[in-house]
Design a protein around this ligand. Structure first.
Ligand code: PMP
Length: 429
């Protein structure tokens, strides 16, 4: 491997950016302010953040009510160790999320990966606490559940996980019968996936983990609710646990508060993060059923769930999450109605000769760019990104998959600008 001269111009000598190859990428843009859907750069440019800064900015940047809630909480109680202590914002958040999700118990962590890891560990240990060995986990092809080791293990093997292959425990895999507007309903693929699931479930299985309705990072791959209901039936029949990773789909992203609701699923465990705090602060939660919680209550200390992060239930994060829920509950039409805003614009864009497999669910719209070599490393994504930036729109395609996942505050004019920028960029390819 040749060593390029580092750091190249434009890169800070002391920072290390995520999923970024310095030798190939453009240097980062310096952001100085965020307001609503707009990111203001130091050089004066104003960009529409069409992907909610990695899918976290739910309402808009610097949303005043969330900023105020965090500030007020910071003056009251900024942090307290959550073993031995509890506090009102954590309790209120647990009560509200329990009522909304149908899962009674809430365990806090710091991000989406840890929320998934916690779900996996709870599921695994619950069976052991019962004295029953169920050593198999089942996940879907193409899944992405995070970058920590356990989350990587249940995720699809990929470019991201390849160097760590020997660390990753093995998982049974079932295919993901994705669909788009253009193809007939993937009934055969769904049947094949269900047959594979049934086969896998003949081994004692602790849990099945899935991203309900949309696999995000693998390319906004959408499945039909009926397929997921059939998955749930089979998981229940085998007595295994169902884990819903709603890290991306939670909080209105699919047009319902939770994708599980839209899909008709009632999981045993649910992982949430990203939009949880409105995108203001890093926090993850894992919701679990009371039945699972009770499986850890014992006079035998070894039954304890020995997992805890320093910042568990950080009061600032809880205050932000409560303020974010207030906003969602005050204006549910903002997430429920987003799909109807995307549809006509995506309908027009799909006529472009480079566009294939258009698809849309809630606030998420996506399509594939026709290229000879599709995939995450396809250069077409980087090219489209730079062309859209010139038009004042920030997107971050997943290789040849282009998607929009904007904050709920995005105006109609801003949404049209996003589509216009993408169309013009496609013309220039
Ligand atoms: N699960 C899903 C479905 C995700 O989309 C992501 C992040 N893209 C994660 C887990 C991991 O979350 P985080 O990046 O906060 O660790």
């Amino acid at each position: 491997m040749t060593q390029p001269d580092l750091p190249p111009p434009g890169w800070h000598p002391h920072l290390w950016h995520p999923t970024t190859q310095v030798a190939l990428a453009a240097p980062p843009m310096r952001a100085v302010q965020g307001r609503g859907a707009i990111l203001q750069l130091e050089d004066g440019r104003r960009l529409i953040d069409a992907i909610s800064s990695w899918w976290v900015t739910l309402h808009g940047h610097a949303e005043p009510s969330i900023a105020a809630a965090i500030a007020a909480q910071a003056h009251q109680l900024e942090q307290v160790i959550f073993a031995n202590f509890s506090h009102p914002p954590a309790e209120r958040l647990a009560e509200r999320l329990s009522a909304l999700s149908g899962l009674e118990r809430l365990f806090f962590s710091d991000n989406g990966s840890t929320a998934v890891e916690v779900a996996l560990k709870i599921a695994w240990q619950w069976w052991r606490n019962r004295g029953e060995r169920r050593d198999q986990l089942i996940a879907f092809e193409g899944a992405y559940h995070g970058d920590t080791v356990g989350a990587m293990a249940v995720g699809a093997r990929s470019l991201f996980s390849a160097p760590f292959e020997p660390w990753l425990f093995s998982v049974a895999r079932v295919s993901w019968p994705q669909c788009s507007w253009e193809e007939p309903a993937p009934e055969r693929q769904e049947q094949a996936a269900l047959a594979a699931l049934e086969q896998a479930l003949t081994l004692p299985t602790a849990a099945v983990i899935l991203e309900p309705l949309i696999q995000g990072a693998s390319g906004m791959a959408m499945v039909r609710p009926g397929f997921l209901q059939a998955v749930q039936e089979r998981v229940r029949a085998a007595g295994a646990l169902l884990i819903a990773d709603e890290v991306m789909t939670g909080f209105g992203r699919t047009g319902a508060l939770f994708a599980c609701r839209r899909a008709g699923l009632q999981p045993d465990l649910m992982a949430l993060s990203k939009g949880l705090t409105g995108g203001f602060l890093p926090m993850g939660v894992t919701l679990a059923s009371e039945r699972l919680y009770q499986g850890f209550i014992s006079e035998d200390p070894t039954a304890t769930f020995f997992h805890g992060h320093s910042f568990t239930a950080n009061p600032l994060g809880c205050a932000a999450a409560l303020a974010s829920l207030d906003l969602l509950e005050a204006a549910p039409e903002r997430y429920r109605g987003f799909e109807a805003r995307h549809r006509p614009l995506l309908e027009r864009l799909r006529r472009h000769p480079r566009v294939e497999r258009p698809r849309c669910l809630g606030t998420v719209a996506a399509f594939d760019v026709k290229v000879e070599q599709p995939g995450y490393l396809s250069a077409v994504g980087r090219r489209l990104q730079s062309l859209c930036l010139e038009a004042g729109v920030y997107i971050r395609p997943l290789g040849n998959v282009v998607y929009l996942l904007p904050p709920l505050c995005l105006s109609e004019a801003q949404l049209e600008r996003c589509y216009a920028a993408i169309e013009a960029a496609l013309d220039q390819l």
